[in-house]
Design a protein. Structure first.
Length: 426
C-alpha cells in the first residue's frame, strides 16, 4: 500500500486517540488534523479549519494531495461532507453519506429503520407540536420513568429522562415549543429500558463487509455512583465483562448484520464507523441509539486495544471492500479517566495553565479541551484530558490512570474516582 496523506476532522479526545493510532501506521506520509487541539500536534500537523467549513476543507484537500479524509465528529457527516468530497480525484472518505448520517441526525429515522429491519429497540412514537395531545396520551400508556428525545442533534443534551408524568407532559410541550430549537420540532417518546449499557463499534464498507471493534462502556454522569448531571463522558472501560461471546453473538446476528444489510438494501451509502449504543436487558441486547462515528471517551480505550494497523482497514472500508483484512484485538484491559474543568458540565473557566504532562509515562494522555497559547498548554474546554492506560485487569489499568492523573495539574481539575468499579465484580 502506497503512503498516504490523511486529513482528520475534529478537535476532541476522540480525534486525539484517532490521530495517535493513525500516526503509528507505516503507510502514513503526512497527517493533518483540522482543527486539532493542544495535544494532537504530537501526531501530525494541526490546521486551523473548522470541520463544517466545507469550502476550506475542499481547498485544503486539493492543495495538499490528501488521499483520505477521516471524519471524527457527527456534525459534518449530518451536513453532508461525504457527499461533497467522496470520489473527487479518487479521494477516500471514512464516514457515511448524508442519508446514512440520518441514523444519528434523526432519532425518528433511526427508530423507523430499526422497526423496518426487526432490530430490537424500545417501543416508541414520534410527535410534533400538532400532535402534542396525542403525545400526552401516549405518555399515559407508559410506566415511569419517561424518555423524551429531540429528533435532531442537540449537542448531547436532547434526551430527558423524567420520573413524574405531569412533568413529562410539561417538558414535552416545552421541547416541541423550541427548547432545543429545530432539533426538537419532532420529539421521540420511548419506553424506558432497564439494564446495563455498553458501546459496540463497527467498521463497515457499505457492501456487507464489517469488522467489530473492541467493546467499551462509558460513564456519563458527573458524580461518582453515576449521580449528577449528564456529561459528554467522564471515563470508559474496555473490554466489558458482560459482553461475552454469547452476548456478542446475539449483537452480531440481531443488530449488526440487520443494520449493515438494512443500509445496503435501502441503497444508503455507508462506509465508515457505526456506534451502537446498546443496553443488556436480561441477557438480550437492545439498541438505545445509533451514532455515525466513534464515541468519546470510548475511542480513547478502543484505540489502545486495536492491535492491527487501522489505516489500511479504514481505506478498504472507504473503497467499499474490506476483503480479508483482519482487525485484531489486544487482550489487555484499557481504562480512560477524564480530567475535567471545575463547574463542568455547567459554566467553567478556560485558559488555565496545565503543568506536569511530561511527567506521565505509564499512561497515554489524549487531549480533549486543550490548546497552546503564548507557548503554554492551557485548558479550552470542559473535558480537558483523557488519561488512558492498558493493564492486566480493570483494577490494574485504573491504578495506572489514577497515578498518572496525579502527575499533572491545572486549576480546578476534577475527575471521577469510581470509573470501572461497577464492572469489577461481574
Amino acid at each position: 500500500m502506497d503512503k498516504m496523506n490523511i486529513l482528520l476532522l475534529g478537535s476532541g479526545g476522540r480525534e486525539s486517540a484517532l490521530a495517535w493510532k493513525i500516526a503509528q501506521s507505516p503507510v502514513v506520509n503526512r497527517l493533518f488534523i483540522a482543527p486539532g487541539n493542544g495535544g494532537t500536534g504530537a501526531y501530525g500537523e494541526n490546521v486551523a479549519i473548522s470541520p463544517l467549513d466545507f469550502d476550506a476543507i475542499e481547498k485544503f484537500v486539493d492543495g495538499n494531495d490528501i488521499e483520505m479524509v477521516v471524519v471524527g465528529n457527527e456534525d459534518p457527516l449530518v451536513e453532508g461532507i461525504y457527499d461533497r468530497l467522496a470520489g473527487r480525484n479518487g479521494l477516500l472518505v471514512v464516514g457515511p453519506s448524508k442519508a446514512g448520517a440520518a441514523l444519528e441526525g434523526s432519532k425518528d429515522f433511526a427508530k423507523k429503520f430499526m422497526v423496518d429491519n426487526n432490530i430490537p429497540t424500545a417501543r416508541y412514537r414520534s410527535f410534533t407540536a400538532a400532535t402534542l395531545a396525542e403525545g400526552e396520551k401516549f405518555l399515559e400508556t407508559l410506566n415511569a420513568p419517561y424518555v423524551l428525545k429531540a429528533d435532531g442533534l442537540a449537542a448531547g443534551k436532547g434526551v430527558l429522562i423524567i420520573d413524574d408524568l405531569d412533568e413529562a407532559k410539561k417538558q414535552l410541550g416545552e421541547m416541541l415549543g423550541g427548547m432545543f430549537g429545530k432539533s426538537s420540532a419532532t420529539v421521540v417518546i420511548e419506553e424506558f429500558l432497564s439494564g446495563i449499557e455498553c458501546s459496540v463499534f463497527v467498521l463497515t464498507d457499505g457492501n456487507g463487509g464489517y469488522r467489530i471493534l473492541p467493546v467499551a462502556k462509558d460513564y456519563k454522569r458527573i458524580g461518582e455512583g453515576d449521580t449528577g448531571l449528564n456529561t459528554g463522558g467522564m471515563g470508559a472501560v474496555s473490554p466489558v465483562p458482560f459482553a461475552d461471546e454469547e452476548f456478542m453473538k446475539k449483537v452480531e446476528s440481531r443488530i449488526i448484520i440487520p443494520t449493515v444489510e438494512g443500509l445496503r438494501k435501502a441503497g444508503i451509502t455507508y462506509r465508515g464507523f457505526i456506534f451502537l449504543g446498546l443496553i443488556n436487558v436480561g441477557g438480550d441486547p437492545m439498541v438505545i441509539e445509533y451514532n455515525v462515528r466513534m464515541g468519546d471517551p470510548e475511542t480513547e480505550v478502543v484505540m489502545l486495544r486495536i492491535a492491527s494497523d487501522l489505516v489500511p482497514l479504514m481505506a478498504a472500508a472507504a473503497k467499499g471492500d474490506l476483503g480479508e483484512l483482519v482487525l485484531e484485538h489486544n487482550p489487555k484491559t484499557a481504562v480512560t479517566v477524564m480530567a475535567v474543568s471545575d463547574g463542568y458540565p455547567g459554566s467553567y473557566l478556560k485558559g488555565k495553565e496545565i503543568t506536569g504532562v511530561s511527567n506521565v509515562t505509564e499512561s497515554t494522555l489524549f487531549h480533549a479541551g486543550t490548546k497552546v497559547a503564548d507557548g503554554k498548554l492551557v485548558t479550552s474546554g470542559g473535558r480537558v484530558i483523557a488519561v488512558s492506560s492498558l493493564g492486566d485487569s480493570i483494577a490494574d489499568a485504573l491504578e495506572r490512570s489514577y497515578r498518572s492523573i496525579g502527575l499533572f495539574d491545572f486549576d480546578g481539575k476534577r475527575y471521577r474516582r469510581d470509573i470501572g468499579r461497577d464492572l469489577m465484580n461481574l
